[in-house]
Design a protein around this ligand. Structure first.
Ligand code: UGA
Length: 429
């Protein structure tokens, strides 16, 4: 099948790569010419394990890259829109890039095509885009809209694409739905066929539910601390209940990234639009914001006033295996530390280059995790990169001025840390 994917961010690029691997003829389009030039040379501009190998494998055979929509759009049977929908004013998702792409597509809708919106868009956007195209005088016979949200996670995007739990296809044309279904026919995941609006809603609800699980666990973790109970033991026991499950019960510094916070905001906005109070969703955000305050309190409990204290941070990205810092908890923590006049030094295995322009000049960028803790009074682990788990803790102890660790991702065992003479604080343990 000839597929044109518009937008080469995490979602568009990974989906394009997957469709090429499934045997389709895919052309990925992006207005960012520099990005396209890199991709045309087989270089992937984002850090996403496994993507570069597959781009090189399919480059110029099943997978092409261009900045010109006019090349692939007329020939493609399926056009997939996967451009960004960042939060705009008051958290309202900004769908202007989707609208812009739709306008640019109008001249190419001269023969029948299926238009898939892959981007996360507020409920009703597919209808809006269809109307936008019809208003241009284009015939409804020339295209069908399909909502096909994406559920991949950064850091394991390819794995999630090939082994997705479900494929959601929302639409009102049975022909378009079967065409999109057949495009994924080599995948074994169940296919959920819904209305356009239900598919749009499924995406928001999935991310909001995941955020709720994390905030719920973090709230329980705080209660566990009060009763000297280990949250990890609790979530293990709770997670075996199939109705609850083990996933997303990790207590810590809270959720970040470009999706969970944004989509929760988006859903809150939709609730406001229809006059629903959505108290639970509001609380999910509130609890998440509280995690940074909890980390600061734990540091202050061990070190007293933070003014003049050297605080090291291990990790900056919003989670491991990505170079993405969007809404990363580290970016909320650092200003709070600086406000208290602490001296901050940071280290992240992959995120340093992306972090540099985002951090105040006062923050010291360290070359490795041991340099970051040299002379430090306290260490905060904010991203659970595997190398931190395997750190030489004796060396960390020797390097630090005071062996104080606030483990914002619960990567160490409290007993072991205390046995080494560490003043250790986990999250809920
Ligand atoms: C999330 C969803 O998991 C994907 O299904 C969805 O497709 C994607 O958003 C999207 O909408 O595009 P992602 O943002 O890549 O994926 O990252 P997650 O793995 O969900 O992690 C989000 C945040 O939650 C991270 O900061 C992570 O550290 C935190 N988290 C995760 C916890 O604090 N505890 C947990 O138990 C799990």
């Amino acid at each position: 099948m000839k597929v044109c994917v518009i937008g080469t961010g995490y979602v568009g690029l990974t989906t394009g790569i997957m469709l090429a691997e499934l045997g389709h003829q895919v052309t990925c389009v992006d207005i960012d010419k520099e990005k396209i030039a890199l991709l045309q040379q087989g270089k992937v501009p984002i850090y996403e394990p496994g993507t570069e190998e597959l781009v090189i494998k399919h480059l110029n055979t099943n997978l092409k890259f261009t900045a010109e929509l006019s090349g692939p759009a007329p020939e493609a049977m399926v056009i997939m829109i996967a451009v960004g929908t960042p939060p705009g004013k008051e958290g309202i998702p900004d769908i202007s890039a989707v609208e812009q792409v739709a306008r640019e597509l109008i001249p190419f809708l001269t023969s029948y095509k299926v238009l898939i919106i892959k981007s996360t868009v507020p409920v009703g956007t597919n209808d809006k885009i269809r109307q936008l195209i019809l208003d241009s005088g284009n015939s409804a016979l020339n295209f069908d809209m399909v909502s096909n949200p994406e559920f991949l996670r950064e850091g394991c995007a390819l794995h999630d694409c090939f082994h997705t739990d479900r494929i959601v296809i929302g639409g009102d044309s049975p022909e378009a739905i079967s065409l999109v279904w057949s495009m994924y026919s080599k995948l074994t995941a169940p296919c959920v066929v819904t209305s356009l609006r239900a598919a749009e809603m499924i995406k928001y609800v999935s991310n909001a539910f995941l955020a709720m699980k994390i905030s719920f666990t973090n709230e329980i973790a705080a209660i566990c601390e009060g009763y000297s109970v280990d949250i990890k033991e609790v979530t293990k026991g709770v997670g075996f209940d199939h109705r609850i499950g083990h996933h997303f019960l990790g207590a810590g510094a809270g959720y970040g990234g470009s999706c969970l916070p944004k989509d929760l905001q988006g859903l809150l906005h939709m609730s406001k639009n229809c006059g629903t109070k959505a108290e639970l969703l509001k609380a999910v955000k509130k609890v998440n914001d509280l995690q940074i305050t909890r980390i600061i309190s734990k540091l202050e409990q061990e070190l007293g006033e933070l003014a003049g204290k050297e605080i090291a941070l291990w990790g900056l990205t919003f989670k491991p295996d990505t170079d993405d810092l969007r809404a990363a908890p580290a970016l909320s923590l650092i200003p709070q530390l600086l406000k208290r006049q602490a001296k901050v030094r940071v280290y992240d295995p992959i995120g340093m280059a992306n972090a540099k322009p985002l951090l105040p000049g006062k923050v010291t960028m360290s070359e490795d995790m041991y340099q970051a803790v040299r002379g430090a009074h306290g260490l905060v682990i904010i991203t659970e990169w595997p190398q931190f788990r395997h750190a030489d803790l004796e060396r960390v102890k020797q390097n630090m001025q005071e062996f104080v660790v606030v483990d914002g991702r619960n990567i160490f065992e409290p007993e072991q840390m205390r046995g080494l003479g560490c003043r250790y604080a986990g999250m809920g343990r």
